[in-house]
Design a protein around this ligand. Structure first.
Ligand code: GRF
Length: 222
């Protein structure tokens, strides 16, 4: 089995990084993490990478003059490890077209809402405030606009009447940890096709199959 090479970009806690580390530890998983990069020194996610024996680097945006030179620094770190797919996992810097376009369709992100609803920061607060009954999380290909791009996979959770943002975030995070490895697997197995701004999943039948609701399969992991 050919295992694709992942880079994971983080800025903090790294629980999604951990879900990818755990998935990659399974022999049958078709990817491995070759590089973790944080733009913030000393964050917990770096410790998770080190504990797993994965090369971890800090590319501190504060050490660069502007976004372009920061992104050149990122690319320099990435090029060394021959990366096939970049996973943004709680990476809290906006990336410009100059970085995103060369990585087009090889750069994915996870966002804690059902995109295209509730883009941007404080998604959970926005959801609670809105009175929406359901929310969830989305893994999508990255495009230059924030939290924009073809949806690969989503999971849905209910919003309870007494939820605050933290309670909702915890419910969603558990689903984030399930769908990110699934999205990586689909990519690695070359089952994703982008057509007309939508992702079609080979083997999932109709386009509706592109939305995988973990509630609908009894919580089983593929
Ligand atoms: C997650 O909720 C992710 O969806 C968002 O930032 C958070 C990162 O959490 N983009 P972690 O660092 O992966 O624990």
């Amino acid at each position: 089995m050919v295992r694709i090479k992942l880079a994971v970009l983080i800025s903090g806690r790294g629980s999604n990084l951990q879900s990818l580390i755990d998935a990659c530890a399974e022999e049958s998983f078709p990817a491995r993490i070759v590089q973790v990069i944080s733009n913030v020194p000393g964050v917990a996610g770096l410790g998770r990478a080190e504990a797993a024996g994965i090369p971890a680097a800090v590319v501190d945006h504060k050490a660069f003059e502007d976004r372009q030179s920061f992104e050149a620094g990122l690319n320099e770190a990435l090029e060394k490890s021959g990366v096939d797919l970049i996973c943004l996992a709680g990476f809290k810097r906006l990336l410009t077209d100059g970085f995103i376009n060369p990585w087009r369709d090889r750069l994915i992100n996870i966002h804690p809402s059902l995109l295209p609803a509730f883009k941007g920061v404080h998604a959970h607060e926005q959801v609670v405030e809105s009175g929406a009954r359901f929310s969830g999380c989305t893994v999508h290909f990255v495009r230059p606009d924030m939290d924009d791009g073809p949806v690969i996979i989503q999971a849905v959770v209910p919003v309870h009447g007494d939820d605050d943002a933290d309670a909702l975030a915890a419910r969603i995070l558990a689903q984030e940890h399930r769908i990110y490895p699934r999205a990586v697997r689909l990519f690695a197995e070359k089952r994703l096709r982008i057509a007309g701004g939508r992702v079609l999943i080979d083997g999932a039948g109709a386009p509706e199959g592109a939305l995988v609701n973990p509630c609908a399969d009894g919580g089983r992991r593929k």
